[in-house]
Design a protein around this ligand. Structure first.
Ligand code: DAH
Length: 349
């Protein structure tokens, strides 16, 4: 076939293929097959060296028009296919602005924090200061300053995590009493404080025990404080937390840092069963320990026990929350299960 005919065939075939190219990849393949280094048109142009000098310019210029025509056709098709691809992509990525948004999960205040804040604000309203103490404590403050010398059997009441023989994880918030007493300047007025915080005991976790739980310590020291002041204060507390019609009763008990010591029960409906005050069926339920501060505690802190005295109490926010909301397992507070925690959403949260 004469070169001219060959060129014409290449051109018509290629134009048909270009028009039919389904996408940019297919179009590029055609370009390589025709115009590439090993392409059909390039092959023909290479054959021109065998032509006579008269034929060469004619065929050459014809070949150029074929190449130009094909290049132009490819460019046009390229533009058309690109626009198509863009349209397809845009159609696929359309955003449906009417779709509902993804919910943003907001946390709720932990139920124990709620109970502690509630108790704190009650006592702040009565002029108490809120004091913080260290969770890693010395046995000096955790025990000795609280009238529990070494080897005293009262140490067995609390199974304690020791870090060294002198350093421990506090087993109660009572050491904050000693720390605050030591620093208090009675010429500035009486001492009224509460101290909420975490405490630790070597207990095996079960429904009613946790190796980590919370306490709120309370301490009032002044001249002429009586057990009546203690009872009145705890009555206000019980009514504030559990309901306005609650009564409280005091039962004798023992704590090394108070004398006399009491266990405090709150009225809980009528007796339906058990004699056990840790059960609500008793008609009363035990909620906290308290007493009149032992003179030894005052003396250890450098306070004149002949002039000053007062009361102390220690309550468990975990137990308060369990009673108030009928929670049967203390471990719920520490598992961070949203299904549990979100049940205590407060208004406005
Ligand atoms: N610290 C005691 C405990 O953990 C609770 C307690 C009882 C604290 C009587 C007091 C108190 O301040 O007066 O068992």
């Amino acid at each position: 076939m004469a070169l001219q005919d060959e060129l014409t065939k290449i051109k018509t075939d290629a134009l048909t293929q270009i028009a039919a190219a389904a996408d940019l990849n297919a179009l590029n393949d055609i370009r390589v097959q025709v115009l590439g280094k090993k392409g059909s048109l390039t092959g023909v142009l290479r054959g021109m060296k065998d032509l006579t000098p008269e034929e060469r310019p004619k065929v050459g210029s014809f070949a150029n028009t074929v190449r130009d025509a094909l290049t132009e056709a490819i460019e046009k098709r390229h533009a058309a296919l690109s626009a198509q691809a863009l349209q397809a992509k845009l159609a696929q990525e359309t955003i449906d602005v009417t779709l509902p948004g993804r919910p943003v999960h907001r946390g709720t205040m932990h139920v124990l924090d709620q109970v502690m804040e509630d108790v704190e604000s009650l006592f702040m309203g009565m002029g108490y200061q809120v004091v913080d103490g260290p969770e890693v404590e010395t046995e000096h403050y955790n025990f000795e300053m609280l009238n529990v010398p070494k080897d005293h059997p009262a140490r067995d009441m609390q199974d304690t995590f020791y870090i060294t023989p002198d350093v421990l994880l506090r087993s109660q918030t009572s050491p904050v009493q000693a720390r605050t007493l030591e620093k208090h300047d009675f010429s500035q007025g009486p001492l009224k404080m509460i101290s909420p915080g975490r405490v630790y005991r070597r207990d095996t976790d079960d429904a009613t025990h946790s190796h980590q739980f919370h306490q709120i310590e309370g301490l009032v020291i002044d001249k002429h404080i009586t057990m009546g002041d203690l009872k009145g204060t705890l009555e206000v507390l019980a009514r504030h937390v559990f309901g306005p019609d609650r009564k409280i009763r005091l039962r004798p008990s023992y704590f090394p840092f108070t004398e006399p010591s009491v266990e405090v029960d709150v009225s809980w409906g009528s007796k339906t069963g058990s004699d056990d005050v840790t059960s609500k069926d008793n008609g009363w339920v035990e909620v906290l320990g308290a007493g009149m501060v032992h003179p030894n505690v005052l003396k250890s802190a450098g306070v004149d026990a002949d002039v000053y005295g007062g009361f102390a109490f220690g309550l468990g926010p975990d137990r308060f929350a369990m009673l108030k909301y009928d929670i049967e397992d203390i471990r719920n507070f520490y598992l961070n299960d949203q299904r549990f925690l979100t049940q205590f959403q407060q208004e406005g949260e």
